[in-house]
Ligand binder design. Structure first.
Ligand code: VGL
Ligand code: ZN
Length: 205
């Protein structure tokens, strides 16, 4: 029997209010995410998990400030504040997130030389996290995606899932965006829809 999985993207302290890369209202998605989980055959989570010397951190690029667009090994790279450093409180899942149904956690962003927005592949698309293979092994054919941040990791993860052939939906009210530039969230939604990703609200799933 084909299954539907709920993918929880990066619902970690550093992406919630009080965190180092706080997404506005990031924590407000958590009650919705917790309530949604019961409706799925499988629930999996991704976790941004950087070494402290990660090159996406402005602090590891002399003269660069958070928010600046730079180049990292030939790829455009936003300079981020230090966030989700392995073993820190900021990298932990938010304490209000119900983890009891999470079957697997896929970590990403461990290579200091390459960022990883998608929960499926590093940004260079060379290293896979194992998420796509695992979903295939579990007979999953449809995925609903929630979490943080809509304009970065949720978008990248949903696009990769769609490209891999999964029937993919983003549950919009169970996400929030960084909105580094005004309009980033609206553009992310447009890009998702253009790629064939469904965008729904939690009341419609
Ligand atoms: C994310 C920026 C840097 C995310 C992760 O989870 O959306 N954004 N690292
Ligand atoms: Zn990161």
């Amino acid at each position: 029997m084909a299954k539907t999985a709920l993918i929880l993207v990066d619902i970690q302290n550093d992406f919630c209010p009080g965190g180092t890369l706080a997404v506005k209202e990031g924590d407000q998605i958590i009650p919705i995410v917790n309530q949604l989980q019961a409706g799925y055959d499988l629930v999996v989570a991704t976790q941004d998990w950087h070494p402290v010397n990660h090159k996406s951190f402005a602090s590891n690029n002399p003269g660069k400030a958070p928010g600046e667009l730079c180049d990292l090994n030939g790829r455009p790279q936003v300079m981020w504040p230090e966030h989700c450093v392995q073993g820190t409180k900021g990298a932990e899942f938010h304490p209000a997130l119900d983890l009891s149904r999470v079957a697997r956690v896929f970590r990403k962003g461990m290579d200091p030389e390459v960022d990883s927005y998608s929960g499926c592949y590093d940004n260079d698309r060379i290293c896979s996290t194992g998420l796509l293979d695992w979903l295939g092994e579990q007979n999953v054919d449809a995925v609903d995606v929630v979490g943080l941040a809509l304009d970065y990791c949720v978008k990248a993860t949903a696009l990769d899932l769609r490209s891999a052939g999964f029937d993919t939906t983003v549950i919009e009210d169970a996400t929030r965006g960084v909105e580094l530039q005004p309009g980033d969230v609206a553009r992310a939604i447009d890009a998702l829809k253009a790629a064939g990703v469904r965008v729904k609200t939690s009341s419609a799933v």
